[in-house]
Design a protein around this ligand. Structure first.
Ligand code: BG6
Length: 482
């Protein structure tokens, strides 16, 4: 059976996420030929009253700035694919109207009943997920018995703690089965995050070294050099642990630490991720440093007595044969001195060192997720020249230099394509989400209760000095380049 036509329905079409991420990603995959003009329609749905042209102009306004003039024609073609339906998120009529429009499109494309594909992208706050999903279930489901399907894309925050996340999962789980739900964590769509499996399991170099016998500590770091600009209200309710660490950094940890999956099948990979998460021990409060940048509370949408961390370092310990005793240091902060996301794998000292090279630093393998994707190994070499002394140097694979002709896709482009293809590998499974919340909920509750308080730090700094002390205590040794 030939697949029928494709309808992509963006709910929350007039919002920020749709404007900045969803529509640009759709445009880029269209531009690269992955969405066939005569096959696909894009529907925007939101409460704001707009005409088709109003929405198109809004999208053009945003995309026009990033699209080069030679692509202006492609942009116009893309915009012609977009229609708009207005309605509220719990309105029976609104969703009936949406279904009518989508069905009209399907009929006009002669899609055989049961073969059409409907992708619902919820660019919305999670508080409305249950009502929107109920409406989709009630009014907009495709009869998916002949190869057609209905898929739902949702994005964090999935709850605020274990209980609320489980509640949300249960509500969505009653309406759709796991195969239909695509929980986005956009870090899983990043090139160098996707590279982790290949790196670990296709290279003889790493396999024998990737364990507690050789690795001393691993850092997974996210830094941003700007504050919560314009998002203070949202951020203050969630904080850096819920915004970055419990999801993005923990997903990276899974891929760094998990065992080799039986195969590349999404379920095999996700099984291994769940296992490693299940082996994480409770986080000790003394292995956590929280920070809040000075001026954070000047934002009128942030409470004056806010205890919300904008910075956190937490040591996670994995209780299994491979990782016992190796600290995984997860660190994230806003308003710091640089914008960077990287994984730093620091190896142990060389036993019986005859070069006294230790003082120059340890072997370290760095995977820079962004900006300027790169992988480099810090290693000790003989200092070139007549003398016999050693220096730290680097074996460097910088993507910008090595793969000059390749445009690295945006995470959202890849993930939306995956949803169309039905590949759930890079999406978070329900049980994975539950264990991720289990790990962080006790810590989050002690912050919410005010038992743990953030230390103030200067915007543009490295964050609280206590975090560096924690890092050193966990075993990290600062290495110095040449
Ligand atoms: C989002 C967070 O999930 O990720 C933001 O809500 C953060 O606070 C963003 O800025 C970072 O994404 P990226 O891809 O720029 O690292």
């Amino acid at each position: 059976q030939e697949a029928g036509c494709l309808s992509i329905i963006v709910l929350g079409a007039s919002g920020d996420l749709a404007k900045k991420k969803t529509f640009p990603a759709l445009f880029h995959i269209f531009q690269q030929g992955f969405l066939q003009e005569n096959d696909v329609h894009i529907f925007g749905y939101a409460r704001t009253k707009l005409s088709d042209d109003d929405l198109r102009e809004r999208i053009r306004g945003y995309l026009g700035k990033v699209v080069s003039t030679e692509n202006a024609e492609v942009l116009s073609k893309f915009l012609q694919l977009i229609k708009y339906v207005s309605g509220s998120y719990d309105s029976e009529e609104g969703f009936q109207l949406l279904d009518m429009q989508v069905s009209e499109h399907e009929t006009s494309k002669n899609s055989q009943p049961g073969t059409s594909r409907r992708l619902f992208y919820l660019a919305l706050p999670p508080s409305v997920y249950p009502s929107v999903c109920k409406m989709i279930r009630r009014h907009c489901m495709n009869q998916s018995d002949l190869g057609g399907w209905t898929r739902i894309v949702v994005e964090k925050p999935f709850g605020k703690d274990l209980e609320s996340a489980e509640d949300l999962s249960a509500q969505l789980g009653k309406l759709f089965d796991e195969k239909q739900l695509y929980r986005i964590d956009h870090y899983l769509g990043k090139e160098l995050v996707q590279n982790l499996l290949v790196l670990r399991f296709a290279n003889r170099f790493f396999m024998p070294l990737w364990n507690r016998d050789n690795i001393d500590n691993i850092q997974i770091v996210f830094r941003e050099d700007f504050g919560t600009e314009g998002r203070g209200g949202y951020f203050d309710e969630y904080g850096i642990i819920r915004d970055i660490i419990q999801n993005h950094l923990l997903q990276v940890l899974c891929l760094v630490a998990m065992e080799k999956p039986v195969s590349l099948k999404p379920e095999h990979i996700r099984d291994e991720k769940v296992k490693v998460l299940q082996s994480v021990l409770p986080i000790k409060p003394e292995e956590v440093v929280l920070g809040q940048y000075e001026g954070y509370k000047d934002d009128p949408t942030v409470s004056d007595s806010s205890n919300t961390p904008t910075f956190a370092t937490a040591v996670l310990r994995i209780h299994n044969e491979r990782w016992e005793g190796v600290p995984f240091i997860l660190k994230a902060g806003k308003a710091l001195n640089s914008r960077k996301a990287e994984i730093r794998v620091q190896f142990k000292d060389v036993p019986g060192d005859i070069f006294k090279s230790k003082k120059q630093g340890r072997n370290e393998f760095v995977i820079r997720l962004q900006p300027s994707e790169a992988m480099y190994m810090k290693l000790t070499v003989k200092k070139p020249g007549l003398q016999m002394s050693t220096i730290q140097s680097e074996l460097d694979l910088s993507y910008g230099l090595r793969y000059q002709d390749v445009k690295i896709p945006e995470a959202y482009e890849r993930l939306i394509l995956d949803t169309i293809r039905g590949d759930q590998q890079h999406f978070v499974r329900r049980d994975e989400l539950r264990v991720a919340w289990e790990i962080f909920t006790p810590l989050l509750h002690s912050i919410d209760d005010g038992q743990l308080k953030p230390i103030s730090y200067e915007p543009g700094s490295r964050g609280p000095a206590e975090a560096d002390e924690l890092l050193a205590k966990a075993g990290y040794v600062q290495t110095h380049g040449y």
